[in-house]
Design a protein around this ligand. Structure first.
Ligand SMILES: NC(=O)c1ccc[n+]([C@@H]2O[C@H](COP(=O)([O-])OP(=O)(O)OC[C@H]3O[C@@H](n4cnc5c(N)ncnc54)[C@H](O)[C@@H]3O)[C@@H](O)[C@H]2O)c1
Length: 503
């Protein structure tokens, strides 16, 4: 187990065999959990395998009933959860409530839709093999490993856990080392409503424990975190051909068209870029604004962002940077943007006051600057003047990431959204897709692959099983050595009859 050298506020440490988390603003100790070793992870997966058989046998109705009880347990203690999220991760209580509400909605959706999405169904047979009945079933993988990040420590892992459980899998969950208490709290509430078997367990520790989970023999690994770690997870899982779901980083762009509702665009850019101190995988980090409205947009954006309040007090708009090491990245991106000819229209180097970073808006930043190319994960926006929305789309798509994004346009919103190379796009809003349980969530390129949420999210955690059953004697026995030359000629005639016409 790796020891973390520093005891700075918010930096998790492993001491006396325990993982200890602390408040990123005050350093107050929040959680203390036995750190899992390789054998603990293996034991958890072994227990989960037994539990998986029991959980799968409950069927859709039995799982739905228990998952809805879990969702109620979370809903009825929402404020307690939000307070813990505030203390361990630093986000405002109001923000935590919104995040947890989204997660609860996802559990309910997964529980209620698992049967209709994954239940057994008949499939129409081919005329050439009409003697067979066809059937499709979606069976659980067995044990799913879930590795989570700290920035949305409830919504993000539940996007995998809720759907994996609804599909009939047992889950071993490794929460981020920055937010183990939140992870433990979610698991404890589940154990209260499903005490019979260890269907959902947590293991605690740093990246080594995540790596052990990749090697543990889980049947699928759902990873959410940075692209760099995602590559390590994939490499580890490749050894055992363990399938991987990879929800990685982003560099989302907003396009502001010349006919956009500017007040709406300003509100969405400020919120989308700075909620949770910008530590949002689908946060807006780049804004491309059509020349005709650039000056008006920028003026209102700076005015609105300057009024945001930062701190841990009640009512603050956003809190500290959760992971102290991230502050160096934010500082580097701001400095690099300015060195390359950019200008801070708000904030700048002085806005970085650990553990806080105040709102920063950078303009005239070249497209090859780190602040445009790399994930910043802070309350910063680059705002770039473009000739029109089409040029905005072209620059937005030049990123190696492709997670979410936003478009503000009165006339061409959906058409522009379709052109953005990303998994999700919000039109005339920001990030609104994440809380929509029926919609899939996931990226392209360096943002990863696979989908959580919605019907695709349920299917992500199930393996399709095809079954054909012979229901009558074959008239044209294609799949048999007993076929005669005459029957083969009849088969050839039938193919021409069925498929011989060009339309
Ligand atoms: N696409 C999404 O849905 C989504 C959602 C939230 C966050 N994110 C991304 O997550 C990142 C922030 O989260 P983070 O800082 O916790 O990411 P991270 O990659 O540092 O860590 C994520 C998790 O992986 C574990 N881990 C570290 N090394 C590992 C290894 N070698 N093998 C297995 N597991 C290992 C960590 O302990 C942690 O639990 C950002 O890039 C953000 O964009 C993506």
């Amino acid at each position: 187990m790796r020891m973390t050298a520093t005891h700075a506020p918010g930096v998790p440490v492993v001491e006396d065999g325990h993982l200890v988390s602390s408040n990123p603003a005050t350093g107050e100790q929040i959680g203390r959990f036995p750190a899992s070793g390789e054998s603990d992870v293996a034991d958890a997966v072994r227990r989960a395998r037994q539990a998986a058989a029991w959980w799968a046998a409950l069927g859709f109705a039995g799982r739905r009933e228990r998952l809805l009880r879990w969702r109620a347990a979370l809903a009825n203690r929402l404020e307690e959860l939000a307070e813990l999220m505030h203390r361990e991760g630093g986000k405002p209580v109001a923000e935590a409530i919104v995040e947890a509400a989204g997660a609860i909605d996802h559990i309910a959706w997964a529980a209620k839709h698992a049967r209709s999405v994954l239940g057994p169904r008949r499939v129409r047979s081919s005329l050439m093999q009409i003697e067979y009945a066809s059937r499709l079933e979606y069976l659980p993988y067995g044990v799913v490993g879930v590795i989570g990040p700290w920035n949305y420590p409830v919504l993000t892992p539940i996007g995998s856990i809720g759907y994996a459980l609804a599909a009939g899998n047992a889950v071993v969950f490794k929460p981020s080392e920055y937010t183990p208490a939140i992870g433990a709290w979610l698991v404890d509430r589940f154990v209260e409503v499903v005490p019979e078997q260890p269907v959902l367990q947590a293991v605690f520790g740093t990246g080594d424990v995540g790596a052990a989970l990749c090697r543990s023999g889980v049947n699928k690994l759902a990873f959410t975190g940075s692209t760099a770690t995602g590559k390590k997870v994939m490499a580890a899982c490749a050894e055992t051909l363990t399938p991987v779901l990879a929800e990685c980083g982003g560099k989302d762009a907003m396009i502001v068209d010349a006919d956009a509702d500017l007040d709406g665009a300003v509100a969405a850019a400020v919120w989308g870029g700075m909620t949770n101190a910008g530590q949002t995988c689908v946060g807006i980090e780049r804004v491309y604004v059509a020349d005709a409205v650039y000056d008006a947009f920028l003026g209102r954006l700076v005015e609105r962002a300057a009024r945001l309040t930062v701190g841990i007090e009640d009512g603050a708009d956003f809190g500290p940077i959760t992971m102290p090491g991230q502050i160096d990245t934010i500082r580097r991106h701001i400095a690099d943007a300015l060195e390359r000819g950019g200008r801070a229209a708000l904030g700048g180097p002085d806005a970085v006051q650990p553990p806080y970073v105040r709102p920063t808006i950078l303009v005239d930043v070249p497209e090859d600057a780190a602040a445009v190319r790399e994930e910043t994960f802070g309350p910063t926006l680059t705002v770039t003047r473009v000739a029109d929305a089409d040029e905005g789309v072209r620059l937005a798509n030049a990123s190696r990431y492709g997670l979410g994004g936003a478009v503000f346009s009165r006339s061409r919103g959906v058409a522009l959204a379709r052109q953005l190379r990303s998994g999700m796009t919000a039109v005339n809003s920001a990030i609104s897709f994440a809380g929509m349980p029926g919609l899939p969530f996931g990226g392209v390129g360096d943002s990863g692959f696979g989908r959580i949420h919605g019907a695709d999210g349920l299917r992500e955690f199930a393996r399709p099983k095809a079954i054909t059953k012979r229901r009558m004697r074959s008239l044209l026995p294609a799949l048999s050595f007993d076929r005669t030359p005459k029957q083969v000629a009849q088969i050839a005639r039938a193919v021409r009859l069925l498929h011989g016409r060009p339309r």
